[in-house]
Structure formats: structure tokens, C-alpha cells
Design a protein around this ligand. Structure first.
Ligand code: PLP
Length: 375
């Protein structure tokens, strides 16, 4: 066997023996406690119909964008959409990216320079970490949501300093003390960047806007693949930042722009969100019912979260796998989250609640968990 084939085989064997081998699974008929479709937009036939109506209003629109934004792939529709979304989020401007991954990689790789400093919450999404790795800046992490740890790292910062946090953490579902983080970052003259992927739609325009903090945040990332049920992302910030990203963010420059259908989906999903009060209420009721129904066991703590992301920490890959398998056998799509995706010892099951889960679904979930972990 050639050495590179040998390498692949060895790495896969290591994964397999560690019990963390990843495989793709097709869709299933289990109760959805797994997807990010918090408000049911991705599966909404009413939204699909509205998107079709929108697309049909542009009979000359193309199937594909036929180029990057800087070449043939830019439309008046794209730029209008950016303005509309930015205005809705009370932001000066926005720049669309093909995904949240691209947005974070583009922003964090292009802005911080050699000699600058990036400080990230230790639980920040992989896309931010990958962007930061591509920059030549000094990188630090601070303990999750820990203001003292953040301040300790800010004291060591050199050059321009960028601090990255999420407003709802994707693996824990919790929210940071944003006002306090702003106070500290302002004191150290650092630029705060907030990833709102899991907040927009659930906390209306996102936590930053809901708390009236948009003037104190340097940039926000909003992704469209969670509550909005489609695909893509926008970086919100100043005109100068937008111009900078158009010139330097390689994940923006060197990729084919989104198709017209994708842009139309995002536009209509935003409009749909403005009439989604009943979906948001159902989701809140389901979160409350889950938290009430699940029995607390200090050996397997439920992480503090008011969001649809609810995690039971099971302390090992084996236990996480065992509990997830039992929940799947009982008819629910719940996945284990292994280390190294989460720190060792905090392996868990991650439950995503939705507006369309019924009260019976939630009862089945909590009863099964209670039997598995307390019975
Ligand atoms: C916090 C956070 N940021 C960014 C992303 C990436 O977004 P996308 O799925 O649009 O690439 C995700 C998706 O998992 C996320 O959870």
C-alpha cells in the first residue's frame, strides 16, 4: 500500500477504535429532536409556495449565478436584499456569504493581521476557529463565558484585538453576559464580533439588537440555515467593513455566488419570520415543557439554557452513544456529541426542540430520558 493510502487507513482505524467514527445517515422517520429547523421554516409548504411565487416574478432569473460576486454573479436583487436585511437588524450594511462557515472564515482570516490578537470563547464554533487559524494573528481562547479569563487574555493582547463570541452557543445552548463582555472589550479597545447563528428568529432580530447593543458591537454574523430554514449568511457591520471584506475575504471573493433561488428563499424567509409569532410561542412552550418534564440528576446535568438547544452531559463517549441509541430505538432522532467536538468529560446528547414538536413528543422524550437516567 502506498504511504498516503496507509495514512488514510490508519487515521480511520484510529477513529473507529476510539468510537468516534463519523458516517453519513440518510433522512429518517424519527421524531425530529436533531435539526436546526427550530421554527419549521425548512419544511413549511406555505413558505415554499411563497418562495415559488417570488421566483416566478422574475422569469428572466437564472438557475445558477454563473460567477463570483465580483465577476458575473452580482445582482441588483442581491444588493437590495443585503440592504433590507441589514436595515432589519438595525445595521449600517451587510455582506452576504454562501454559508455561515464561509462568513466566519472570511471575516476572521482576512481582518486580523500578523501582530494582531484574536481572543475567542473556548466553545466558539469551528468556522471561527478555522478562520482565525488562517490569519497570521496571535490566538487565545478564554474560559467559556468567564469575564476574568477574557480580561486576563485582553491584558496580553498586542496589535488590533478581535474578540469572538456566540450569542447562543451551538453546543451548550447558553447565552454569554454580552453587556459585561462589551464593557470589558471597550475598556481594552477591542473589536467584539458576535455570531448570532442560533439566536436570530428565536430572539427576534438576534440578542444584540434585542438588547439595543448593535452600536457597541463591531460585527455580527447571521446565518440563514437555522431558524430561517434556508441557507447562507450575512456579516453585518459598517460600510468600511463591507468594503474591506469585498476586497480581502477570500471565501467571499473566490467562490460562485448564491443562486437566485437561494436569494429569493432568504428574502421570503425574513418576511415569513415577521408573521411567525405562533411558531415562536409553540417553541417557547415546548422548551418550558421539556425543562419541566426532565428530572434533574447531578450525575448527568442538564446544561443551563433557555434556548431550543438542550444538552444532557453524560461524561463519556460510551454513555452518550448508549443513551442516544436508546432514544433512537424509542423513535426519536437524537444524536450523541462526542469529544473532541466537545471537551473530554462533557460528552453529551444534544436535543434540539422545535415549534412543530407536539406535547406528546416532548412527553415521550422526557419520560424516556427519566427512565434511562433515573429508572
Ligand atoms: C454558531 C455557528 N456559526 C456558524 C455556523 C455555520 O453556519 P452554516 O451552517 O451556514 O455554514 C454554525 C453552524 O453550525 C453555527 O452553529
Amino acid at each position: 500500500m502506498r504511504s498516503f493510502e496507509n495514512f488514510i487507513e490508519q487515521k480511520l482505524a484510529e477513529r473507529q477504535s476510539a468510537g468516534i467514527y463519523r458516517t453519513l445517515k440518510p433522512e429518517n422517520l424519527l421524531i425530529d429532536f436533531c435539526s436546526n429547523d427550530y421554527l419549521g421554516f425548512a419544511r413549511s409548504s406555505a413558505l415554499k409556495e411563497k418562495i415559488t411565487t417570488e421566483v416566478n416574478q422574475y422569469p428572466d432569473s437564472m438557475n445558477g449565478s454563473a460567477g463570483s460576486r465580483l465577476l458575473a454573479g452580482n445582482l441588483t436583487y442581491t444588493e437590495t436584499l443585503e440592504k433590507v436585511i441589514a436595515a432589519w437588524h438595525n445595521s449600517e450594511t451587510g455582506l452576504l456569504f454562501n454559508s455561515g462557515y464561509d462568513a466566519n472564515v472570511g471575516l476572521f482570516s482576512s481582518l486580523p493581521q500578523r501582530g494582531d490578537t484574536i481572543i475567542l470563547d473556548e466553545l466558539i464554533h469551528a468556522s471561527v476557529i478555522d478562520g482565525a487559524r488562517l490569519s497570521h494573528a496571535n490566538r487565545y481562547t478564554f474560559k467559556h463565558n468567564d469575564l476574568q479569563s477574557l480580561e486576563d487574555k485582553l491584558k496580553q493582547a498586542k496589535g488590533n484585538c478581535y474578540v469572538g463570541i456566540e450569542s447562543v452557543y451551538s453546543m451548550d445552548g447558553d447565552t454569554p453576559p454580552i453587556k459585561e463582555i462589551i464593557e470589558i472589550t471597550e475598556r481594552y479597545n477591542a473589536a467584539l464580533i458576535v455570531d448570532e447563528a442560533h439566536a436570530v428568529g428565536l430572539y427576534n432580530k438576534g440578542i444584540v439588537v434585542e438588547q439595543g447593543l448593535q452600536d457597541k458591537v463591531f460585527a455580527q454574523i447571521v446565518t440563514f440555515g437555522k431558524a430561517l430554514g434556508c441557507h447562507g449568511a450575512i456579516v453585518l457591520g459598517s460600510n468600511k467593513l463591507r468594503e474591506y471584506l469585498i476586497n480581502f475575504a477570500r471565501s467571499f471573493i473566490y467562490t460562485t455566488a448564491a443562486s437566485f433561488h437561494q436569494l429569493a428563499s432568504v428574502k421570503i424567509a425574513y418576511e415569513f419570520l415577521q408573521g411567525a409569532d405562533s411558531e415562536i410561542e409553540s417553541l417557547q412552550n415546548n422548551i418550558a415543557a421539556f425543562k419541566q418534564g426532565v428530572q434533574h440528576n447531578p450525575a448527568y446535568p442538564l446544561l443551563v439554557s433557555d434556548s431550543p438547544i438542550q444538552c444532557l452531559v453524560l461524561n463519556s463517549n460510551e454513555k452518550a452513544r448508549e443513551v442516544a441509541a436508546a432514544l433512537q430505538a424509542a423513535g426519536m432522532d437524537i444524536r450523541p456529541i462526542f469529544s473532541p467536538t466537545v471537551p473530554q468529560g462533557s460528552e453529551r446528547i444534544r436535543i434540539c426542540l422545535h415549534s412543530y414538536n407536539t406535547i406528546e413528543d416532548i412527553a415521550l422524550l422526557t419520560n424516556t430520558i427519566n427512565t434511562l437516567l433515573h429508572g
